[in-house]
Design a protein around this ligand. Structure first.
Ligand SMILES: [Zn+2]
Length: 337
């Protein structure tokens, strides 16, 4: 007689399929960040884009709070009821979109596996990660123990990811994933382009319906503006080579040729499959209005003694928040009165 199967444990993670190779895991954490963690299943390894808050669950009674254990044991409905990495059979390639606590919290657990795992982070201003991670990560301000980890690959702008096995002396393709520097929210912000699925992962550089943050001492409006231009041009290029923009947004077979889908964007919070070109143009437009002094800022209180200002579009879809002094400095000489 077959014993009745055990129900899965309660957990702070929920997992749904994002596209053919990638899953989105949302963590229900005690800081209500609800970070998005992405797991892309490649033949050679599993690519993990960010690792959440480290299992600091909002509900302390949940049973499964280890991201690694979730990946290796938890049955996922959208994956045919199987875990994403059964028994930890594949190595992990972890990409940090940036080093904030709600993106690196689970990194120690992920890399302590049976296979040597790699950690990728931006090579842009390495000191942001290396010199004072408790401050850069904001861990010191939220009461989280700062994760300890070493970056294996300092990613150059435009670097293609590969999985290398030192023991076997082999190097493997990871579906052509490319990393781009995207400073602005933080100096170490990265975007990850998946040409296979036509998804661009952007971390906290932009998302909808919640304020995009410029943390005191880390956010930079000029870098952000350059990054938005850069992403806009990249996305336009990817879309223009493959899609008639007057046609619908879905991929389809046209005769013997495959018409590729428009690029979609997956963010670190809230937004995970928006039309990338449409959204980045909207953010570009509103950010430009803000920095030209055309939008009235709202007092947003103080954070650690720093007065904050918020700029919000009329419908609430796009908003920015950061130190008043940061925005005021960018407005000098630009206001007509
Ligand atoms: Zn962040």
């Amino acid at each position: 007689m077959t014993p009745p199967s055990q129900p899965p444990p309660t957990t702070c993670f929920s997992c749904t399929r994002l596209n053919a190779s990638t899953f989105r895991i949302v963590e229900d954490d005690q800081w209500s960040e609800n970070p998005f963690i992405y797991a892309k299943l490649c033949a050679a390894a599993i690519v993990i884009i960010d690792t959440g808050c480290g299992g600091a669950a909002r509900d302390p009674a949940v049973q499964l709070t280890s991201l690694r254990e979730f990946l290796e044991t938890y049955p996922v409905d959208d994956n045919g009821g199987k875990p994403l990495n059964p028994g930890g059979s594949k190595a992990y390639e972890v990409v940090c979109t940036h080093c904030h606590y709600d993106h690196i919290g689970g990194i120690e657990g992920i890399t302590e596996t049976q296979h040597p795992s790699s950690i990728w982070a931006s090579a842009n201003i390495k000191s942001f990660i290396l010199d004072d991670l408790p401050t850069s990560s904001l861990c010191r301000y939220v009461g989280m123990k700062t994760p300890s980890y070493s970056v294996s690959h300092w990613a150059q702008d435009g670097q293609v990811m590969r999985h290398t096995s030192a023991s076997a002396g082999t190097s493997h393709d990871l579906d052509g994933l490319v990393l781009y520097h995207a400073p602005g929210h933080t100096p170490d912000s990265l975007a990850i382009w998946d040409p296979h699925e036509r998804f661009l992962f952007v971390g906290d550089t932009l998302y909808e319906w919640a304020p995009i943050l410029f943390p005191s001492g880390a956010g930079d409006l000029s870098s952000y503006s350059s990054t938005i231009f850069k992403l806009r041009d990249l996305i336009r290029g990817w879309n223009s080579t493959t899609v008639d923009e007057d046609e619908d947004h879905d991929s389809a077979q046209t005769g013997s040729a495959t018409r590729l889908s428009r690029v979609r964007m997956a963010c670190g919070h809230v937004t995970s499959a928006v039309d990338a070109q449409e959204f980045v143009l909207e953010v570009d437009k509103f950010f430009s209005q803000v920095t030209r002094g055309l939008i009235e800022g709202q007092d947003a209180g103080e954070q650690r003694g720093v007065p904050l200002v918020k700029y919000e579009r009329h419908d609430g879809r796009i908003s920015f928040i950061g130190p008043k002094a940061l925005f005021n400095a960018s407005l000098v000489g630009q206001c007509p009165v």
